[in-house]
Design a protein around this ligand. Structure first.
Ligand SMILES: [Zn+2]
Length: 473
């Protein structure tokens, strides 16, 4: 994206944003210039894509906290702070990894950089019983829990769905034959290993997958193919742990009922994105204007609206998480260190990617993930929220954002989103130029009164029978 004209436009927009805050009636009016001004900061190239657990993420969290304070929210954390810092652990691979079988099998260990490349690992050593699957039979084969799968042949476009299936079935690792793996490519992959995503120490319940994925050469695949099914295969990786930090911004609008038993409402989004990465058409900044600066803006402008009106009955927590893109780490940390006990959170709505209208949804409507899991979506609809059922059940969106971290602990928590996966999804093109500001402003506007109603009511949403999430599904 071009940077040059930005400064002038930011100045103009900020001055425009200082106009009147109320429209002629008494109803709160979300000003599109406020929405745009937040985006101009959060999704600017200067923020370098707000990479998860980076200094850029910290700046984004500081901006959000500062806006919370401006709107009159109180610090949401017990130590009177707006920012919650979580320590993460990042394993860094040292040396080369090996794949081995018991000595009795006569198998000579495979060496990373010579026989295979690590495509995906969480840095842990893994082992499991060998299950050999040919690409042509992959659709029919039942994946065994705990298996190390040797996938021979080329799955082509079916690879993604097979990997998801193997993950759901609880496979430990997939050793995938890649006939194009030259010695040059092996060496390059070794020198440019993708960093392993960090995780929360002592906590194994984030959204991240434990499945390791390895590409093996044709020769290595043939050697593995000679081993009997059920042979124990081990992948050994040597790692050193380095600390990293992620940041959540937490503000609270105090309700009239401050008693220790009073329920609260949680409105959330994630402020991180993918940072600086692989360039596409010369652009290496993954701005995340939609994912999820747009949700962050929704949280900010709902805070602005609700804090400017009469004090609500119940307190409302406004939270923007870090490190969602590493598997919901910020929200998982928040869940483990909440400012109020989780059973006092009556409802959580997360806002994700509200920057574009979904082509499958009626005009102006947001999709609400897990619609038929609880009675929250339908009651918000009754109170005027422009929400509807998620038309992409196969995408499992309910399990793919921060709401899930809380839902796993029983909090009735859903995500309201715009276009499920727009063409700009996780690309450098997810920038301000691709946002539909009219849709976005209208989406936030449509939520103000329903959220005000929720905070003023005694309504406690419930999971529908058998629909409470239980974990890996
Ligand atoms: Zn997101």
């Amino acid at each position: 994206m071009a940077i040059r004209t930005r400064f002038l436009r930011v100045t103009l927009i900020i001055s425009a944003a200082c106009g009147s805050i109320w429209s002629q009636g008494s109803e709160w009016k979300v000003n599109p210039e406020w929405v745009r001004a937040h985006e101009m900061f959060l999704a600017s190239d200067a923020m370098r894509g707000r990479g998860s657990a980076t200094a850029d993420e910290w700046i984004a969290a500081t901006y959000v906290a500062s806006e919370f304070q401006k709107y009159g929210l109180k610090p949401g954390l017990p130590d009177r702070a707006y920012i919650q810092r979580a320590e993460l652990v990042q394993p860094v691979v040292e040396g080369t990894a090996q794949i081995s079988a018991p000595e009795s099998s006569g198998f000579t260990a495979l060496e990373e950089g010579r026989d295979f490349s690590l495509l995906r690992t969480d840095g842990e050593n893994v082992s499991g019983r060998l299950q050999k699957i040919n690409a042509e039979d992959a659709a029919r084969e039942q994946v065994q829990a705990g298996a190390v799968i040797m996938l021979a042949g080329d799955l082509g476009k079916q690879a993604g769905s097979f990997i998801r299936r193997a993950y759901s079935a609880g496979a430990t690792a997939i050793l995938r034959e890649d006939q194009s793996l030259s010695s040059d490519a092996l060496k390059r992959n070794l020198d440019q290993r993708r960093p392993i995503n960090p995780h929360l120490p002592d906590l194994d319940q984030s959204l991240g997958s434990k499945l390791s994925i390895v590409a093996v050469t044709k020769a290595a695949s043939d050697r593995l193919g000679k081993l009997g099914d059920g042979t124990v295969i081990s992948l050994q990786i040597h790692t050193k742990n380095t600390p990293r930090y992620t940041y959540n911004s937490v503000g609270v609008l105090q309700g009239k009922d401050p008693s220790a038993s009073a329920r609260v409402i949680l409105l959330s989004a994630h402020l991180d994105h993918l940072g600086v990465g692989e360039p596409v058409n010369g652009d290496s900044i993954y701005n995340g204007a939609n994912d999820d600066a747009s949700g962050t803006v929704a949280v900010l402008e709902l805070a602005h609206a609700l804090a400017s009106g009469p004090k609500p009955q119940r307190s409302i927590y406004f939270v923007c998480y870090g490190s969602e893109e590493f598997g919901g780490l910020g929200s998982t940390y928040f869940r483990e260190h909440p400012p109020v006990p989780l059973d006092r959170i009556a409802a959580n709505v997360e806002f994700e990617m509200i920057g574009n209208q979904d082509p499958k949804m009626p005009k102006g409507k947001l999709l609400f993930t897990g619609w038929d899991r609880s009675n929250l979506g339908p009651i918000l609809l009754e109170h005027g929220a422009q929400l509807g059922d998620d038309p992409y059940p196969e995408q499992h969106f309910f399990e793919r954002s921060d709401n899930y971290s809380l839902a796993l602990k029983g909090v009735v928590a859903h995500t309201a989103g715009g276009w499920g996966t727009p063409p700009t999804y996780h690309k450098p093109d997810d920038d301000i130029a691709h946002l539909d500001f009219d849709f976005m402003t209208q989406a936030i506007q449509s939520l103000v009164e329903p959220m005000r109603w929720l905070a003023n009511s005694n309504f406690v949403p419930q999971w529908l029978p058998g629909r409470k999430p239980l974990g890996r599904e």
